[in-house]
Design a protein. Structure first.
Lengths: 373, 878
């Protein structure tokens, strides 16, 4: 039985410039730590090989120290073999990267820079399809069909790229054949590029990233432990959580009459808050005071988390006369509020103008709350 | 709307119990109770009933809840034009709102509908106050202020205008508005300047700067990354190229090609030298052969030429002799023609001379004839001239001026008239003789005829025959009186004398004679004009000219016509002779030219023949020389053919030296270029390595991506600030607009309402109002004017009440009567002033419900009005 760990898209060196300064360092460090995490996963499961299906490094020219440290981290446990495949971010074009890597690569790390069989274990051969450029424009896994291996050897494909138009980079020109495993008689095809864990068929999997870097995939960072009994046997695939940070996207759907504090409390995660990045997307309808309340509630909750992004663009504000009463029952303030309300609902006006009126009204409301009658 | 009753249960201190204030009437209602009896609680509960939604729990509602908890219940009975209703609200648990029609006991509305019903009651319209007017304990307005603020305000006395304005704003929401506007402006001010631009140093400007800085940083890094990628590409290419260049098999092949090319070139050069020598020999032989052939040809041509020239010379001599003969003939003919022409010319001159003489003689005769005629005419002309002069002299004598004649005729007519008048006036004597009378009356001897009247002037004496002398004396002075007649007679006499005539008749005769003379004179003039149209002097000049004409010396008697014909014939002859001479001339010229040509041709042929003869040499050796030349030529040509064949063979075998050289150059340059390119590539690689290392060591790509992400984040922030500024700006504008509208709408009407009320308040002092501001300006107290620019606390609270009363009047007038509720509103006022206020309230309360809560029981006893009591109350369903 052959057992290995399949992972991809470590994107080591990613900087997260759009996030707050103090968080960036932690996120970068977490990406580096995922190497140790994968090694630990392999050890725990008795796997001797880790396959990295591309995008191990975020750029073609990583900082030399970071590159060296990554390779050194892989070299920590000589019992584990690492196979590194160039992906689209760190394609073969990045010759500086790979040249430096070759100079410093530890004995237990193999850079799969050429499409040629790599013996990874007795009776197990990896057929890598390294990305030649950022966009090779052809199916690089095609060569696997004709790659000869000894009888009774496990054939494990290793490739990076989209099999459909769901590439992380959004281009669909150079897709991999989804049935490559069948065509090339592979026992398993380890794919990278898509950051979420995805099963294509019994023998073809995207491992997803071990450490998420965006809100797109609503799942934690994971890697796959694959066990294959022997040639032709269906592999056993076991996903395992590896991520240090959770990127959670919360949909807060409001109907206008609920207690927004409660509604928010219900969706907010209670555990690992320090390790959690949140994107709270409020949608539906709410009353003017509730909107302000929700804002305050999110602000109140935010410091618990690594980072919170609150979006209420999709949250329509419903304004009733009772809400305006909280501004004033009558008088000039009420007058101003009504003017703004009318303006924000006026279909004759440009959307931007209505948004401004809406914002102004919300602001007036919060001022009035602060200066009660 | 009017309030009739208020009930509350489970509110603040009334935990688990209730209290009711009922029986509120129109006009002034007073609830006077000590503090802590629940007046303010009732007031607040009433406020909550009208203004707090039953479902919410804001601070105002929270404050109603007893410490022990529970659900506050508030109830009010009201009366409007539509009827009497009971409004009920319960907060917290069991929260509800309801409206019951008291007449029928029917539930009119519940929950939100009830809220709407209540809102309708208190709704304030455009910026106006609510349908309930409140004044709360000790302060003006119902805003929530901190105790220290109240203290401050008590100290700071405000002007009337400021106070009233403040009250108007308090009622139209203006006080809070000011706070909110301030907050809004402060927040906006941090972000943007007054003109909406980002404020320097503010967070917005900082975000913009950061964004711009990041954007430029990103652009710079992007360029760096591009450079890096280009460098990497270039290095990859350079490396591949270098590997190609340094391929050992290729290098060896290039070297070998060059060696081979060099060898080929050496061989080609040796062959070339041999060929060169052979070609030199060939060239010499060709030269020799050609020279020999030329000498032979020249000799043969010269021989032939001498023969030709000899025959040509013979022909030329014949042609020259012929020309000489023709020239002689032509010269003779030409000379003859010239002589004939000269002869004809002489004859023609003679004929012309004769003709001229004949002509002159004819003209002389004609001139003599004319002279004779002219002389005759001159004589006649001179006679005519004499006649004219005489006529003119006679006419001068005979002429009578026409006006003198007319004057004479006038005088004559006048005289006749005068005489007739005289005769009519004068004394007359008439005698009529009897037939057969013998005597006779005579005047100076002349018998006086009978039957006629004889005028008598002065004294007249008549002799009567036989009788004596009759004297008749007339005393009348007829004519002498005016003397006209005498004057006319005298004038006539003088004129006649002037003319030298006896009478008018005489004058007329002379006039006729002068006329005849004038006709005669004119005739003579015309005759003279005919004879000498240009005058006599001209005629004389003509005669003189003709006289001076020379008279021809000889008089030829030849016939002029014959002479003219002879002259014409001579002319024709001359022309013919000249033509002949002219024709002869070219023939002669041509003949002379032909002679010259013939001589020239002959001499040139002779000269050429001499040269040719000289080239051939002596006549006798000519055949030998020809044979010798022939032999030499044949030998040289044979030698040349041999040399040519030798060279030809070498040429055919010669390699193309250019091609061989080009091959060498190519192979050599291939080797050199490869070496050079390899060296250059190595240099380039060194440079690229350096450039790439500096960038990869700095992880430029990672930094670029990071910067791009940071820039995107900065963009978002900037957009948020933009939105913030836009929203705040919009809010500020909306608030300012609303405030201005409310002020404009209410301030003046309220002032108008306020004025009479103020008069009431200040009735112990006289107040003068400013017409423009409608505000009290001067206060006359104890005979002294004080300006009303500051107000005491008491006056301010009075003003607050009055303002509400003024508003109430406005609302009432608007058809929306609103109760005025005062909760210990007069705490700073002294009793005296309070009474005045009471008066004002009563005066107002005629058409206005006023509800007064007060703890000043004694002072308020004097207020009168409807006394209210608080009674225990328990809601129907507890």
């Amino acid at each position: 039985m052959f057992r290995f760990v399949h992972s991809s898209d470590l994107h080591i060196g990613k900087r997260f410039g759009n996030l707050p300064e103090d968080l960036r360092g932690r996120l970068r460090e977490a990406r580096h730590q995922s190497i140790g995490c994968l090694a630990g996963l392999a050890r725990a499961n008795g796997a001797s090989v880790v396959l990295l299906a591309g995008d191990t490094f975020d750029t073609e020219t990583p900082a030399p120290a970071m590159l060296r440290q990554s390779l050194a981290a892989m070299g920590d446990d000589p019992a584990i073999r690492w196979i590194i495949l160039p992906g689209n971010h760190d394609s073969r074009v990045a010759d500086e990267l790979w040249r430096t890597a070759l100079q410093h690569v530890p004995a237990n790390v193999r850079l799969a820079l050429e499409p040629e069989p790599v013996d990874v274990a007795p009776g197990a051969v990896v057929l890598p399809a390294p990305c030649t450029t950022r966009r090779p424009g052809r199916d690089l896994s095609e060569w696997m069909d004709g790659a000869a291996t000894d009888d009774g050897t496990l054939r494990i494909g290793l490739a990076h790229g989209a099999i459909r138009d769901f590439s992380e980079e959004g281009s669909g020109s150079d897709v991999l054949a989804p049935d490559r495993a069948a065509r090339a008689g592979l026992d398993y095809l380890a794919l990278g590029d898509w950051h979420g864990l995805t099963r294509i068929d019994a023998r073809t999997w995207y491992s997803g990233t071990p450490e998420p870097d965006r809100f797109k995939h609503r799942e934690p960072g994971r890697a796959i432990v694959v066990s294959i009994e022997g040639p032709g046997a269906e592999p056993t695939v076991t996903p395992a959580e590896t991520g240090a940070f959770h990127w959670r996207m919360l949909d807060l759907r409001l109907f206008g009459d609920e207690d927004v504090n409660e509604a928010l409390a219900q969706v907010l995660p209670t555990e690992m808050r320090r390790q959690t990045l949140l994107r709270v997307a409020a949608q539906g309808r709410t009353r003017l005071p509730a909107k302000a309340e929700l804002n305050a509630a999110v602000e109140q909750a935010a410091p618990d988390f690594a980072h919170v992004i609150y979006e209420d663009d999709a949250l329509a504000t419903v304004c009733e006369s009772g809400d305006l009463d909280r501004i004033d029952h009558a008088g000039a303030l009420r007058q101003a509020a009504e003017t703004l309300l009318a303006e924000s609902d006026d279909p004759q006006r440009a959307e931007a103008e209505r948004d401004i009126a809406r914002g102004a009204l919300a602001r007036l409301f919060s001022y009035c709350e602060e200066a009660p009658s | 709307m009017k309030l009739r009753a208020v009930r509350l249960h489970n509110v603040r201190r009334f935990a688990g119990r209730g209290v009711a204030i009922e029986g509120m009437g129109d006009g002034v209602n007073v609830l006077s109770a000590a503090n802590e009896h629940g007046k303010s609680t009732s007031f607040d509960a009433l406020h909550a009933l009208f203004f707090q939604p039953h479902s919410g729990t804001p601070k105002a509602v929270q404050s109603l809840r007893p410490y022990s908890g529970g659900s506050p219940l508030v109830e009010a009975d009201i009366e409007t034009e539509a009827g009497r209703f009971r409004l009920t609200k319960q907060f917290y648990a069991g929260k509800r709102a309801g409206v019951v029609d008291l007449a029928s006991g029917r539930i009119m509305a519940q929950a939100d509908e009830a809220e709407r019903f209540i809102a309708e009651l208190v709704h304030g319209g455009s910026g106006g106050p609510a349908g309930l007017l409140w004044v709360r304990q000790g302060i003006t307005g119902i805003e929530n202020r901190s105790p220290s603020e109240k203290e401050e305000e008590r100290k700071a006395r405000e002007g009337v205008l400021a106070s009233v304005q403040g009250e108007v704003e308090a009622l139209t929401g203006g006080r809070r508005m000011a706070q909110i506007l301030d907050a809004c402006a402060a927040e906006l001010g941090e972000l943007a300047t007054a003109t909406g631009r980002p404020r320097a140093g503010g967070p917005y400007a900082e975000a913009l700067e950061e964004r711009d800085r990041l954007a430029s940083e990103e652009a710079r890094l992007e360029a760096d990354v591009r450079d890096l990628r280009n460098a990497l590409d270039a290095r990859r290419k350079a490396r591949a190229r270098l590997a190609e260049l340094e391929d050992p098999a290729e290098t060896a092949a290039r070297q070998q090609a060059r060696v081979q090319a060099e060898q080929a070139l050496a061989q080609a050069r040796a062959h070339g030298e041999k060929l060169h020598a052979a070609e030199a020999r060939e060239s010499l032989a060709r030269h020799n052969a050609e020279a020999a052939r030329a000498a032979l040809d020249t000799f043969r041509r010269a021989t032939q030429r001498v023969l030709d020239l000899q025959s040509q010379e013979t022909a030329a001599i014949a042609r020259r002799d012929d020309a000489l003969a023709r020239r002689l003939e032509a010269v003779t003919a030409s000379d003859n023609a010239l002589a004939a022409a000269e002869q004809a010319e002489v004859a023609e001159q003679e004929a012309r001379g004769l003709l001229a003489r004949l002509d002159r003689a004819l003209r002389a005769r004609e001139a003599a004839e004319r002279l004779k005629q002219l002389r005759t005419r001159l004589a006649e002309a001179e006679a005519a001239h004499k006649q004219i002069e005489d006529g003119q002299a006679a006419l001068r004598v005979a002429a009578v001026p026409a006006d003198t004649v007319r004057e004479l005729e006038g005088i004559e007519t006048e005289l006749a008239g005068l005489r007739a008048a005289e005769a009519a006036r004068a004394t007359t004597l008439r005698i009529d003789y009897e037939d057969g009378a013998k005597g006779q009356l005579t005047d100076g001897g002349a018998p006086l005829p009978g039957g006629t009247e004889r005028p008598i002037h002065g004294t007249a004496q008549f002799d009567i025959e036989g009788i004596g002398t009759l004297t008749i004396r007339s005393t009348r002075e007829g004519e002498a009186a005016d003397g006209k007649l005498a004057k006319a007679v005298e004038r006539r006499r003088s004129l006649l004398e002037q003319l030298g005539a006896e009478s008018l008749r005489d004058v007329r005769e002379r006039q006729a004679a002068a006329s005849a003379k004038a006709i005669e004179l004119e005739t003579a003039r015309r005759h003279l004009a005919l004879l000498a149209p240009q005058g006599v002097a001209e005629l004389r000049a003509e005669i003189a000219r003709l006289q001076d004409l020379p008279v021809p010396e000889d008089q030829t008697e030849a016939n002029p016509e014959a002479a003219r014909q002879a002259h014409a014939a001579a002319g024709e002859k001359l022309a013919a002779a000249r033509l002949a001479a002219r024709e002869a001339r070219p023939v002669r010229d041509k003949a002379e030219a032909a002679v010259i040509d013939a001589e020239k041709a002959l001499s040139s042929i002779a000269a050429e023949r001499a040269v040719a003869e000289a080239a051939l040499g002596a006549e006798e050796g000519r055949a030998d020389r020809a044979g010798e030349l022939q032999r030499v030529c044949e030998t040289a040509e044979a030698a040349f053919a041999e040399a040519k064949a030798a060279a030809e063979t070498l040429r055919a075998g010669a390699p193309d030296i250019d091609t061989v050289e080009a091959t060498l150059r190519r192979t050599a340059s291939a080797v050199d270029a490869t070496a050079k390119e390899a060296a250059s590539l190595r240099e380039q690689l060194a440079d690229l390595n350096g450039s790439i290392r500096t960038r990869t060591d700095g992880a430029v790509e990672e930094i670029w991506r990071e910067t791009a992400e940071r820039r995107a984040a900065a963009d978002t922030l900037v957009r948020r600030f933009e939105m913030e500024v836009a929203a705040l700006t919009r809010l500020r504008r909306a608030l300012e607009d609303a405030r201005t509208a409310a002020r404009d709408l209410y301030f003046e009407p309220v002032m108008n309402e306020l004025r009479p009320l103020m008069g009431l308040l200040f009735d112990d002092v006289s107040v003068s109002f400013n017409d423009a501001t409608l505000l009290p300006e001067l206060l006359r107290r104890n005979g002294q004017d004080e300006p009303v620019d500051v107000l005491s606390g008491g006056m301010r609270e009075q003003l607050a009440i009055l303002t509400r009363l003024a508003f109430a009047r406005l609302l009432a007038r608007d058809g929306r009567p609103a109760p005025v509720i005062l909760d210990d509103a007069l705490v700073y006022s002294d009793d005296d002033r309070i009474e005045k206020m009471f008066d004002a309230l009563h005066r107002q309360s005629r058409d206005q419900q006023i509800i007064v809560f007060s703890c000043r029981q004694r002072a308020f006893e004097r207020l009168g009005g409807n006394r209210l009591q608080m009674t225990e109350w328990r809601p129907e369903q507890g």
